[in-house]
Design a protein around this ligand. Structure first.
Ligand code: JJW
Length: 447
């Protein structure tokens, strides 16, 4: 048996996001977000599911902290619901919302768990969407206002912050492909939203420094890897565009102060142009303390004229697929991490999300999710290999602590280490929970 050892300094954790777990959608002074509107519109979410109740973590916060404490993790990544803090997106502050997160954060600190706080994990206040959402630059200033409230309120308690989670999903998936809220299909809009998100990120980082908040701040792009099917330049360029759309598009502006020209030109050919105002690129280029990397899947791909936005297609190499049909490709994870380090230098990296969808149910009180354990082992091995290749890995966070509302897939797709019965809201620890508990304790596992 091969033993994989994880260095002691690597922080291990688990993650969730507000809309996916909290429920209590219209309690505690919270007003609607775009995900309430979107999920309550028929046809958008599988089964007509919505986040009204979700895992009810709003009312079960002590129980969920107890799960984390017993799991033994060093860190817990959660997100804050903007419409709980500023129900209209701007203006009046909702004390009840702040109190909920104080209860959560105090409970974590009591349990010896460090909070990692994501400010924007997709639940934009609906009243801002009514004025154009992320397509309107005024939303950037509202985000800054919200961020400042959070920094001032939680400084001294929270020292790890993420501004924006998965900007590719917020811009392109939600406003070009249209499968997430608000569900637009408009490439120029999506492109400009991607820029506005980066400006919002930069402004929040600037505010964080100005206020002298102690701690570290970064953001978390979602990544993928596409390995060229052949060595032809057509196949290599198709893969470069695919990876470029997720990685370079969002990280070049932050680390190099410019968008990758091969992508700018590609979008331009498709009739989509960026509108960049004076000073934007300087704002975006504010130094970050770390980046979060979310990685789930990747594959082999090749050039295919007219296929999708990027003239590329995935090749089925016979790799195993998870229950959400994403190919399991741990080598892609290793390649993403090395690619980022090669291109941007020795930047500290937290794996802010990695995990797998397997829909195992409870049988005789147990959930035998052996495929999830296998997925986690193979991806942690890729992380360990990247460390040996000189990637500056600071932490690894599993998505997710709990089964939860998986966006357009509703409650059908389960990513949790803990099973949630959506009828009774009962939590059941899966085999993967016990495996991760042992791994966190030992800092090694058997492959
Ligand atoms: C792409 C589907 C057509 C979440 C996608 C659908 C249609 C070309 C998981 N990460 O729940 C990506 N997640 O909240 C954040 N990440 O395309 C956390 N990305 O494509 C998890 C879904 C996703 C996606 C889902």
């Amino acid at each position: 048996m091969t033993i994989i050892e994880l260095p002691k300094h690597i922080k291990l954790g688990a993650a969730t996001a507000a809309y996916q777990i909290e429920g209590a959608a219209f309690e505690g002074g919270r007003k609607a977000s775009i995900w309430d509107t979107f999920s309550h519109t028929p046809g958008n979410v599988r089964g007509g599911d919505n986040g009204d109740v979700a895992c009810d973590s709003y009312h079960r916060v002590e129980e969920d902290i107890a799960l984390l404490r017993e799991l033994g993790v060093d860190i817990y990544r959660f997100s804050v619901s903007w419409p709980r803090i500023l129900p209209n997106g701007t203006g009046d502050i909702n004390r009840e919302g702040l109190d909920y997160y104080h209860k959560l954060v105090d409970g974590l600190l009591d349990a010896g768990i460090k909070p990692v706080c994501t400010l924007y994990h997709w639940d934009l206040p609906q009243s801002l969407q009514d004025r154009g959402g992320w397509g309107n630059r005024e939303t950037i200033d509202c985000f800054l206002e919200y961020s400042e409230v959070m920094f001032k309120e939680f400084r001294g308690k929270i020292d790890k912050w993420l501004t924006i989670n998965e900007p590719w999903c917020i811009s392109f998936l939600s406003n070009y492909i249209g499968v997430h809220a608000p569900g637009n299909q408009d490439l120029p809009l999506a492109l400009n939203i991607s820029h506005h998100l980066l400006v919002a990120h930069g402004k929040a980082v600037q505010k964080f420094r100005e206020l002298g908040v102690e701690g570290e701040i970064g953001f978390a792009p979602n990544t993928t890897w596409k390995e060229p099917f052949s060595t032809t330049s057509a196949d290599r360029e198709a893969c470069r565009r695919e990876v470029g759309w997720f990685i370079e598009w969002f990280l070049d502006p932050v680390f190099k102060g410019s968008y990758p020209s091969f992508m700018v030109n590609w979008f331009s050919q498709k009739g989509a142009e960026l509108t960049i105002e004076e000073g934007d690129m300087e704002l975006i280029q504010q130094p970050v303390d770390f980046i979060g990397i979310n990685y789930y899947e990747g594959s082999v791909a090749r050039y295919q004229k007219g296929n999708g936005l990027l003239d590329s297609e995935d090749i089925n190499m016979g790799y195993h697929h998870t229950d959400i049909d994403w190919p399991v490709y741990p080598d892609g994870f290793y390649n993403v991490l090395c690619h980022i380090t090669q291109r941007y230098g020795d930047v500290p990296i937290y794996i802010t999300e990695n995990g797998a969808c397997y829909n195992n149910e409870v049988q005789n009180g147990r959930v035998m999710d052996t495929e999830r354990i296998d997925y986690l082992k193979r991806h942690l091995t890729a992380v360990q290999r990247s460390l040996e290749s000189g990637v500056n890995i600071k932490g690894y966070i599993v998505w997710s602590l709990l089964d939860n509302f998986e966006w357009a897939e509703g409650y059908t797709m389960r990513f949790g280490l803990v099973h949630v019965n959506y009828r009774t809201l009962e939590r059941t620890k899966k085999e993967s929970y016990y495996w991760y508990q042992k791994t966190v304790q030992n800092r090694w596992f058997e492959l």
